[in-house]
Design a protein around this ligand. Structure first.
Ligand code: GSH
Length: 202
C-alpha cells in the first residue's frame, strides 16, 4: 500500500497512528503548494483532492485521515485506538469528532482564511478566519474539563481522539493564528501523550 502525503497535520495523524500500530508503508510525496493534489490524476483517485490518501494493492483508494486510520486498525487491531465495540467505541467517536470538528477545523479555518495559504485555489475571507481564531481557544475548556476527570480524552485508554487533539494543538502553535491558552489538565495530558514514541516518529 502507498500513502500519498505532504508535511501536514492530517498526514501526521496517520503517521502517529501507524507508529502506534507498528505499521509501515511506501510514502509518496504530493506537493500541495504546487497543487499536485488537484491534478486530474490525483483527483481521479481521491475526489476530495486532499492529502493524505491511501492506495491499496488492488487500486482501492481511501481518502480522509480517520478512514485511513480505521483501515490500519483493521490490519492491526491491537491496541484498539478506536475503542472496544460498545460504550468505549462510542466515547472515542464522540471525543474524536469533538477534537476534529470543534477545534481542529476552527484552527484550519483560521489558518486558511487569515494566511491565504491556498488562495490560488479558494476564496479566503480574513474576517471569517478571525471568527474561527476567536472560537478555537474557547473550545479548549471542554477538553480541559474532561481531562480533569480522565487520563485520556475518551477515558482510561489512549485513542485516536488524543492523536487528533495533540496534532491540532501543535498545528495551532506552529501556524500562530490561534492563541492557545495554558490549561492545567490539557498541559498534564499533553505532556503524557506527546512523550509517546509514536509522536517523535512522525
Ligand atoms: N478531512 C480531511 C482533511 C485533509 C486536508 O485538509 N488536508 C490538507 C493538508 S492537512 C490538504 O490536503 N490541503 C491541500 C488543499 O487544500 O489543497 C482528512 O481528515 O484527511
Amino acid at each position: 500500500m502507498k500513502l500519498y502525503e505532504s508535511p501536514s497535520p492530517n498526514a501526521r495523524r496517520v503517521h502517529i497512528f501507524m507508529a502506534e500500530k507498528g505499521l509501515e508503508c511506501e510514502r509518496i510525496e504530493v506537493d500541495i503548494r504546487a497543487a499536485e493534489n488537484l491534478s486530474t490524476e490525483y483527483l481521479a483517485k481521491n475526489p476530495g483532492g486532499r492529502v493524505p490518501m491511501l492506495e491499496l494493492q488492488d487500486g482501492t483508494c481511501i481518502g480522509e485521515s480517520v478512514a485511513i486510520c480505521r483501515y490500519m486498525e483493521s490490519l492491526q487491531p491491537e491496541a484498539p485506538l478506536f475503542g472496544m465495540p460498545g460504550v468505549e467505541a462510542a466515547k472515542v467517536e464522540m471525543w474524536q469528532r469533538r477534537a476534529e470538528m470543534n477545534f481542529f477545523l476552527e484552527v484550519a479555518g483560521a489558518f486558511r482564511n487569515i494566511t491565504g495559504f491556498f488562495k490560488d485555489r479558494e476564496t479566503c475571507v480574513a474576517e471569517w478566519g478571525r471568527v474561527c481564531a476567536e472560537r478555537a481557544p474557547k473550545m479548549l475548556s471542554m477538553f480541559d474539563e474532561q481531562l480533569e476527570r480522565t487520563p485520556y480524552l475518551a477515558g482510561d485508554n489512549f485513542s485516536i481522539a488524543d492523536i487528533t487533539l495533540v496534532v491540532a494543538l501543535d498545528f495551532a502553535r506552529m501556524v500562530k493564528v490561534v492563541e492557545v491558552p495554558d490549561l492545567p489538565s490539557i498541559e498534564r495530558w499533553y505532556g503524557d501523550v506527546s512523550a509517546r514514541s509514536s509522536f517523535a516518529a512522525s
